[in-house]
Design a protein around this ligand. Structure first.
Ligand SMILES: Cc1cc2nc3c(=O)[nH]c(=O)nc-3n(C[C@H](O)[C@H](O)[C@H](O)COP(=O)(O)O)c2cc1C
Length: 182
């Protein structure tokens, strides 16, 4: 029932392109395990062994801190319609910030989102599919615009000041601050 793959197949790409939401989990020694929802057309397959997602600011920046300290990340998608499927990407990731080399080419892969803070690039170790037969049926209604509206109402300077203030994770791990707001 459970199957592992070394890289993404075309079917996997089709599946992830249809999902409105996914979840990312990261960890670091002596720190709380983080698990966050992601979505809003932020996920891209760069090639069969590499994926990326565009991160907008929120209350936390735990993924960044954990990837800098540890690097491991698991991304989970699950189907809320037919056919049932739970799809996990296991990999190692890194944050690319707007001031970093390579940002422009990477950012060009995405549709800009208000509040863009960084892009996470993940080198895939393994991909896993499992049945998903216990996941409930749910219909997609619409995107929640609250976060985007919040960011759209913030000036660049306000955003940069907020980021500059957030230099550590909730467990005290260092965060590299984005010094350019796209
Ligand atoms: C579906 C969805 C729900 C989200 N809910 C929240 C939220 O309730 N609070 C928040 O701060 N950020 C929320 N975000 C924003 C991101 O998860 C954001 O990147 C956040 O800072 C968490 O980052 P972290 O996982 O690196 O800590 C949401 C994003 C999406 C796509």
């Amino acid at each position: 029932m459970m199957q592992f793959f070394d890289a993404l197949t075309d079917d996997h790409r089709t599946f992830v392109a249809r999902q409105p939401v996914f979840f990312v989990a990261t960890a670091a020694a002596d720190a709380r395990i983080n698990l966050s929802p992601k979505g809003m057309d932020s996920f891209r397959v760069l090639d069969a062994n590499t994926v990326a997602y565009l991160d907008v600011g929120g209350s936390g920046n735990e993924t960044h801190a954990h990837l800098a300290a540890d690097g491991r990340i698991t991304i989970m998608f699950c189907a809320f319609d037919r056919p049932a499927l739970i799809f996990r990407i296991y990999g190692h990731g890194r944050a690319v910030l707007p001031q970093d080399a390579g940002w422009d080419a990477l950012y060009a892969q995405f549709t800009p989102l208000p509040g863009t803070r960084q892009i996470f690039v993940i080198d895939i170790d393994e991909v896993q599919t499992s049945c998903g037969w216990g996941v409930p049926f749910m219909a997609f209604d619409r995107e929640r615009r609250t976060l985007s509206k919040f960011h759209a109402g913030q000036s660049r300077d306000e955003r940069l000041a907020e980021w500059a203030d957030h230099t550590h994770s909730i467990d005290g791990l260092p965060i590299r601050v984005s010094t350019v707001a796209p």
